[in-house]
Design a protein around this ligand. Structure first.
Ligand SMILES: [Zn+2]
Ligand SMILES: [Zn+2]
Length: 342
C-alpha cells in the first residue's frame, strides 16, 4: 500500500480524494432559493413568521425569512452570515454574504435573495373586520350623560390599556367603539381587556363598575360568554357647583374623592364621593357671569347683579383679592349669589 494517494481530478498528490484546490472548485458553500415570499398584514403591519403572526418590522422579517432558508454546507466551519435588507420596489431584497473556513482555507460567497411581500390580513385584523368581540365596556354617568371631555379621556385610557396588554397578548384589541347619547360602548377582546379598561376608567374618574356575563354560544365544547362592564361615572364633574349642608362647593377635582372649595369661606373641601349623597347640583362654573365689584369693606363686599345691575351685598369670601372697581365672576343660583375665585 502506498502511503499517499492521487487526486482523481488533477492527478496531484492528495491524501483524501480530491485535492484541496479541486475540492474547493466544486464546493458549494451555501444554497438558498433566489426568491422567497413573506406575508405582511396590510392593516396593522404584523408579520407572519415561523408559522404565526407576530409584531416585527419588515427588515427583521425579510432577514429571518432568508436566514431560515439558507442551506450551509456541513463541511464549512466558523461560518459568518451577514444579511443586509433593502427596499426593492414593493418588495425587499437581501444582500447576503457568507464566509467560512473549509479545509483550513477561507471561502466566501455573495448573493442576493429577493423577498416578495405578500400583503394579507392577519388573524387579529380578520377578527376586527368580522366585528368579533368578547367584552363591552359601557361608559355611562350617574344622573347625566358623560361629557365630550370624559368620552375622549376614556378613549385615550382604553387605547393605553390595550397597547400595554398587547405586549403580552397580541390578540388583545378594540373591535369597535360606538358613540351613544348616553355614553360610549367599547367592544374589546379578550374579557380581561374589558376588565382592565373598566378598572382604569373607574380609577381615573371614580364611579362604580358592574359586570354582567351573557352566554354567547359554544365553541369547541365549551360555553362562551360575553361580558359587559358598565362603568358609571360619578354625578359630579370638575366645575360643578353644589350645595351640601351649609357649604357651597366649587369642585376642582373628581375621582373616588371629591375635592373643591367652599365658596363662602374659601376652605378646602375633600370628601369621599360616597358621603355626598345629599349634595345638590346648583350649576356649573361655565354659568358664571362677569360683573363689577363695587365695594370691599371689612367682612362685606358689594357687587352688581349681572342681570338687574342692582347692588348686592355679600359676605366677603376669604380668597378674594379683587378691589373695588375690578371685574369678578359671579354665580347666581336659586339659593344666593357667589363670587368665584379667579
Ligand atoms: Zn486536484
Ligand atoms: Zn393585522
Amino acid at each position: 500500500m502506498p502511503s499517499y494517494l492521487f487526486c482523481p481530478n488533477c492527478g496531484q498528490r492528495s491524501e483524501n480524494g480530491l485535492c484541496t484546490q479541486c475540492f474547493l472548485e466544486q464546493f458549494d458553500l451555501v444554497n438558498c432559493p433566489p426568491l422567497l415570499v413573506a406575508k405582511v398584514c396590510t392593516t396593522c403591519g404584523s408579520c407572519f413568521r415561523n408559522g404565526k403572526w407576530v409584531e416585527c418590522d419588515l427588515n427583521s422579517l425579510t432577514t429571518s425569512t432568508v436566514r431560515s432558508q439558507l442551506n450551509i454546507n456541513p463541511a464549512a466551519e466558523d461560518v459568518h452570515i451577514s444579511l443586509v435588507p433593502e427596499i426593492f420596489g414593493e418588495n425587499m431584497r437581501v444582500h447576503a454574504h457568507v464566509d467560512a473556513m473549509v479545509r483550513g482555507r477561507a471561502v466566501s460567497e455573495d448573493f442576493d435573495v429577493d423577498v416578495r411581500i405578500a400583503r394579507k390580513s392577519c388573524d387579529r385584523c380578520r377578527l376586527i373586520t368580522g366585528g368579533y368581540y368578547e367584552a363591552i365596556v359601557q361608559l355611562r354617568a350617574e344622573n347625566r350623560y358623560p361629557t365630550s371631555e370624559e368620552r375622549s379621556r376614556c378613549k385615550d385610557i382604553t387605547a393605553n390599556v390595550i397597547n400595554q396588554l398587547q405586549k403580552s397578548n397580541r390578540m388583545t384589541f378594540i373591535s369597535d367603539i360606538k358613540e351613544l347619547k348616553e355614553g360610549i360602548d367599547i367592544y374589546v377582546v379578550p374579557i380581561h381587556a374589558g376588565d382592565q379598561v373598566s378598572k382604569a376608567i373607574a380609577e381615573r374618574f371614580g364611579g362604580q363598575i358592574s359586570r354582567a356575563a351573557k352566554l354567547a354560544g359554544r365553541r369547541e365544547g365549551k360555553d362562551v360568554y360575553r361580558v359587559s362592564f358598565s362603568v358609571r361615572l360619578p354625578r359630579f364633574m370638575v366645575g360643578d357647583i353644589l350645595s351640601l349642608g351649609d357649604l357651597i362647593i366649587d369642585i376642582t377635582s373628581t375621582g373616588k374623592r371629591i375635592v373643591g372649595r367652599d365658596l363662602n369661606t374659601g376652605a378646602r373641601f375633600n370628601s369621599d364621593v360616597k358621603d355626598m349623597v345629599d349634595a345638590e347640583l346648583l350649576c356649573h362654573r361655565s354659568d358664571a357671569k362677569t360683573t363689577v365689584l363695587t365695594m370691599v369693606q371689612d367682612d362685606e363686599i358689594q357687587v352688581l347683579d349681572p342681570d338687574s345691575y342692582e347692588p348686592i351685598t355679600l359676605p366677603r369670601p376669604a380668597f378674594l383679592n379683587a378691589k373695588g372697581g375690578d371685574e369678578v365672576s359671579v354665580i347666581k343660583t336659586h339659593k344666593c349669589m357667589f363670587v368665584l375665585p379667579d
